[in-house]
Design a protein around this ligand. Structure first.
Ligand code: ZN
Length: 208
């Protein structure tokens, strides 16, 4: 079921479009358990010196998708996040300290703990939900087989890891290995979808 309105979304871009899409996900009770989940957009904008800068707008930690506003997103320099793909490991503390240095707006909310998962997805729009159906499907001992059978080969399945650097890196590597992949199920956790436009990424989420 889609809550998307082309008319309402027609004149939105960048952060405004991200707010719109996040609310559509947040108001769907089947998609977002307890207001959880997070969303992002990668855009090019001017920094304080007027230079073009690639920015990841990521949901701040703790805010509710259903009622989210632009102020609850945090802008981080994407080109400073991407080199982390080459690291072997990072603790949560290291990730948080690093992310703090990447913001273009000191005082913006603390970025989501799942920020790197969004950064490592090549597509410009990415949504992550803890959808009921996905959690039900993967809360079984045979989730690998079940996900394959339900979704086929173009949906990836990542084994359970708690949110953090290692999980983000697995997601980034899986997409780079199989560029035809259209979504990733995180075992016993949730769903990640992406797209070239906010609507495309949103529709991948509701299609699942
Ligand atoms: Zn999550």
């Amino acid at each position: 079921r889609s809550y998307w309105s082309d008319e309402a979304a027609a004149h939105l871009d960048g952060l405004e479009a991200l707010v719109y899409a996040s609310r559509r996900i947040g108001e769907d009770p089947a998609l977002v358990l307890w207001g959880g989940g997070n969303s992002s957009a990668k855009v090019t904008m001017k920094d304080h010196l007027g230079r073009d800068t690639r920015v990841l707008w990521i949901k701040g930690s703790g805010s509710d998708m259903r009622t989210i506003t632009a102020k609850q997103f945090t802008p981080l320099r994407l080109d400073e996040l991407l080199p982390l793909m080459d690291r072997e490991a990072m603790s949560d503390e290291e990730v948080v300290a690093y992310q703090t240095k990447c913001t273009t707006e000191p005082g913006a909310p603390k970025p989501s703990i799942e920020t790197l998962l969004h950064a490592f997805i090549p597509a410009p729009h990415a949504y992550h939900t803890h959808a009921d159906l996905i959690c039900a499907l993967t809360d079984t001992s045979d989730s690998q087989k079940l996900i394959r059978r339900v979704y086929g080969e173009d949906v990836g399945l990542i084994p359970y890891l708690r949110p953090g650097f290692a999980l983000a890196k697995l997601v980034g590597e899986a997409i780079r290995r199989n560029p035809r992949m259209r979504a990733i199920v995180l075992d016993k956790h949730g769903l990640v979808t992406w797209g070239e436009t906010p609507k495309a990424a949103y529709l991948e989420t509701v299609k699942m």
